[in-house]
Design a protein. Structure first.
Length: 430
């Protein structure tokens, strides 16, 4: 649950509890006793009128009732039967029956509902219906309606205020997410208030991180470039040693070391150029099936069974050389880190405007916590720098950089039943 949702729910709960508390105070503690006293006075007035009418002959009661209505400011009428109860949807229902001062009273709830007094034997007919001009339920309805309006206004104001208060935090969160995703050039608006000062601090931090990363990349590119010259001299020295009759095995071992360092320098240099945007892609239309066949043929996978499932008509607009390097790096990792009999799968499929290219194996996989770091430079899930596997953990970093340079993305996941699958999402057209 996001911070905004939590704050809005807290505001709603606070406003609701406040309105309920106000209703309990206004409706229960204030209006309740007042309405009760007025209802008692109404009952006393109705009983007084009933006694007055009971003291005169039946044929004079209607005239006396008319006089009492005028003197007391109320409306009275004599009924032979109790009125039928109205639907509860209008606020009325079955009457409440109770005894008071020897009379049976019938009351119902609702606007201008009368108080009825049974004037006959055992509280029966005839009945005196006493109508009062003031509706006792109206104050409570007005208070309830007012509280509902206050709840709506307070809720709207609370939500708007929470959005206003949380807006700087959301901007900062979005900025941090973009920096975490690699957009080190992103900045936020700075100012003199608290949110602006946070923005200024964030900008200084992002600028410092960007400077450190850019400096590291420039240093990597410079060092990689400068290493090419001594490596060339070392190759020449190895050739001279061979011509001078040196032990061939030692010369071959030296050349293997030089080739390994040269490959490492090449990866570092290409990675630095990709980061700095100095390496332009040479895009062309290519059949992905042909590219996969070339990559599989160029990598020594030993005796591992290889299954290729790539549609013949799947065409991409991409840099052939660098996309082939993506495949060779992924396949080389399979050759380094899986058992000699582990099955290898290379498959591709169309998904909307993307092509999904997957290289999967049936090796040991990697720990779940290491999946997000597989494409970081110099990270290797098996945690070693052994001569048996070689490399410094740059192959997958280069895979990610090349795929992102094409406008795609790459992800890794462990397979059910064991093994690792790395999928490249590539746009089919650029």
């Amino acid at each position: 649950m996001s911070l905004r949702v939590r704050v809005i729910l807290a505001v709603v709960a606070l406003v609701f509890l406040t309105v309920v508390g106000a209703w309990m105070v206004a409706g229960g503690a204030v209006l309740g006793p007042l309405v009760g006293e007025l209802a008692t006075e109404r009952a006393d007035t109705a009983i007084f009128a009933a006694r007055r009418l009971a003291s005169v002959p039946a044929d004079e009661r209607r005239e006396v009732a008319h006089e009492l209505s005028r003197d007391l400011g109320i409306r009275m009428r004599l009924l032979d039967d109790l009125p039928e109860p109205r639907g509860r949807g209008r606020g009325q229902g079955e009457p409440r029956v109770y005894e008071r001062d020897g009379y049976t009273l019938y009351t119902v709830r609702g606007p201008h509902a009368p108080v009825l007094v049974g004037m006959g034997t055992d509280g029966g007919a005839p009945y005196l219906a006493v109508h009062f001009s003031v509706d006792l339920d109206q104050p409570q309805r007005n208070v309830g309606l007012g509280l509902v309006v206050i709840f709506g206004v307070a809720l709207f104001a609370g939500v708007a205020a929470s959005r206003w208060v949380l807006s700087p935090l959301e901007v900062a969160s979005d900025a941090m997410q973009r920096v975490a995703d690699g957009d080190l050039s992103h900045r936020v608006q700075a100012g003199t208030d608290a949110a602006g000062r946070i923005g200024g601090t964030f900008n200084r931090m992002a600028a410092r991180v960007q400077g450190l990363v850019d400096g590291q990349r420039e240093l990597m590119a410079a060092v990689s470039h400068e290493l090419r010259t001594p490596l060339t001299r070392m190759r020449l020295q190895a050739e001279l040693l061979r011509e001078q009759g040196a032990d061939e095995r030692r010369v071959q071992a030296l050349e293997a070391d030089i080739a390994e360092v040269d490959a490492l320098v090449g990866e570092l240099l290409e990675s630095a150029r990709l980061h700095q945007g100095q390496l332009a892609l040479k895009v062309e239309e290519l059949r992905l099936a042909d590219l996969v066949d070339e990559a599989v043929a160029s990598v020594d996978l030993g005796g591992r069974p290889v299954a290729v499932e790539v549609p013949d008509d799947l065409v991409l607009t991409a840099d052939r050389t660098r996309l082939r390097r993506v495949l060779t790096n992924l396949l080389s990792n399979v050759g380094k880190y899986t058992p000699a009999d582990a099955a290898v799968e290379v498959r591709a499929a169309e998904q909307g405007e993307e092509a999904l290219l997957t290289v999967a194996d049936r090796g040991p996989g990697v720990p779940e916590e290491a999946l997000d770091r597989l494409f970081d430079p110099f990270f290797r899930a098996e945690g070693s720098r052994s001569r048996r596997t070689g490399g410094l953990g740059l192959g997958l970093m280069l895979v990610r950089q090349v795929v992102e340079a094409h406008g795609g993305r790459v992800r890794a996941e462990n397979r059910q039943g064991g093994g690792l699958a790395i999928t490249c999402h590539l746009p089919r057209r650029r």
